[in-house]
Write a protein of this length. Structure first.
Length: 203
């Protein structure tokens, strides 16, 4: 899921890396370096995926012990934290590195190995987006929610004014999280209707 969501935003960096390597190495060596770069990048996200899976198990265990209202309010708190993170210097620093052309990133060096560069790029991507992925838990882990988060990430990396995209997403996350905390019954009622047979909903 993470690879699918990150592909659109990562492809330009991978293609640029390939182009840079082709200009300094034999084409076969450049292709090999690119695969090493991609492998290291995927390794970082694989580790992040394991952490996310552990989070899913913990969330499922916690939700079974909570009543629906408390579970909805906890989800709201997660959304607020994810929104507030959008305003932090760490988010801005990671986003800046993700948006910068690879030849101008602070971690690019002529002697830096492709594996190390892939690890660094993956780490900056995780640092930039990990709480947006965490927001998927209270949002329901649906295709629609995945598309929204993917569009936010794509907007942050490609739009001319990335801060506007980040802050807009932040405000929406915080407001929706606050709504879940103050009015959890709205979400509970919505989820109940979603699982109700169609004929019962029409009555």
């Amino acid at each position: 899921m993470m690879v699918a969501m990150m592909f659109l935003t990562t492809a330009p960096m991978i293609l640029t890396f390939q182009k840079v390597q082709t200009g300094t190495q034999h084409p076969d060596d450049a292709l090999g370096s690119t695969w090493v770069f991609v492998t290291a990048y995927l390794l970082v996200w694989a580790i992040a995926g394991l952490a996310a899976y552990a989070g899913i198990l913990a969330a499922e265990s916690a939700s079974s012990a909570l009543d629906p209202v408390s579970a909805a309010q906890f989800g709201g708190a997660v959304l607020i934290v994810a929104g507030l993170y959008q305003f932090t210097p760490l988010k801005e620093a990671c986003l800046s590195e993700c948006r910068t052309p690879i030849t101008k990133t602070s971690w690019h060096r002529d002697k830096a190995g492709a594996f190390r560069m892939g690890l660094l790029h993956g780490a900056y991507c995780v640092g930039c987006n990990w709480l947006l992925f965490a927001a998927l838990f209270p949002l329901g882990m649906t295709i629609g929610a995945m598309m929204v988060i993917t569009l936010i990430i794509l907007a942050e990396k490609t739009l001319r004014w990335p801060t506007s995209a980040s802050y807009t997403a932040a405000v929406i996350l915080v407001l929706y999280g606050a709504l879940l905390i103050t009015s959890p019954q709205l979400t509970i009622q919505k989820n109940s209707n979603a699982h109700m047979p169609v004929e019962m909903q029409m009555r």
